[in-house]
Design a protein around this ligand. Structure first.
Ligand SMILES: NC(=O)c1ccc[n+]([C@@H]2O[C@H](COP(=O)([O-])OP(=O)(O)OC[C@H]3O[C@@H](n4cnc5c(N)ncnc54)[C@H](O)[C@@H]3O)[C@@H](O)[C@H]2O)c1
Length: 219
């Protein structure tokens, strides 16, 4: 699938490289031009075992690229992953301004049915607000929003991403759910657990079979 990962920090870089390694076409974008420049020169800004060879291999094989051009990168992709920062504010709540900014950029520049997947850590209800921004600022366009929180352990992030103990997929849109299941099928074949739910976190668990990819409900 064609994927854009917005925000090439700890989460975005690991996710972008991991998705590329399973054969997807991935562009990682970041507003930090120095970070992008370094990544293009093969310099990895964080130390995480296995990340450097993972990035290098996928760049060399043409599945992974880096840029600062958010508008172009989100234009014609199947999935946009939002992996920007959500720092705490003085009152303890998360500052979601970077998430809203990405939603506005996707609304303006996306073409075709685009699934916006939130990997940043955000409060319940953020998906509805993102969808509202997409609809307000991209009238007539076709969007769906998915919550797909990340549970990476620093020091073992690549391993955690490639062999997840669980994958949480929260959405009300069946087309988006199918795209996400297809994307994660190669990851969960080895460790199996996918948790499907609606945008408010209500749902059920499914187990993806190791061999056939059949789905069995574990109600
Ligand atoms: N670090 C972790 O272990 C971890 C684990 C799970 C979840 N998370 C969550 O994932 C999210 C990202 O965390 P991180 O540690 O990768 O953050 P980070 O600060 O390392 O990276 C975020 C990146 O987003 C970029 N960015 C900001 N606004 C942008 C925009 N409009 N367009 C493009 N790029 C933009 C920044 O320049 C930065 O490089 C946070 O919500 C965090 O809470 C982090």
């Amino acid at each position: 699938m064609r994927i854009c990962v917005v925000g090439t920090g700890y989460v975005g870089l690991v996710a972008g490289a991991g998705f590329a390694d399973f054969g997807n076409d991935v562009e990682c974008v970041d507003v930090d031009v120095e970070k992008v420049k370094a990544l293009r020169q093969g310099q990895i800004p964080i130390y995480e075992p296995g990340l450097e060879p993972l990035v290098q291999r996928n760049v060399q094989e043409g599945r992974l690229r880096f840029s600062s051009d958010v508008a172009r990168a989100v234009a014609d992709v199947d999935l946009v992953f939002v992996a920007v920062g959500t720092p705490p504010q003085p009152d303890g709540s998360a500052d979601l301004s970077q998430v809203w900014e990405v939603a506005r950029a996707v609304a303006r520049h996306a073409n075709g049915f685009t699934v916006v997947v939130n990997k940043s850590t955000v409060p319940v209800g953020t998906a509805d607000r993102v969808l509202a921004i997409l609809r307000e600022e991209g009238p007539g366009k076709d969007f769906a929003v998915v919550s797909n929180p990340e549970f990476l352990k620093e020091g073992d992030a690549v391993n955690d991403f490639m062999k997840p103990a669980r994958v949480v997929i929260g959405t009300d849109d069946e087309r988006a759910r199918e795209r996400m299941r297809y994307l994660y099928a190669p990851f969960v074949r080895t460790l199996e657990r996918v948790v499907l739910m609606d945008a408010l976190g209500r749902g059920h668990q499914v187990r993806l079979q190791r061999d056939a990819g059949d789905v069995h409900l574990l109600r």
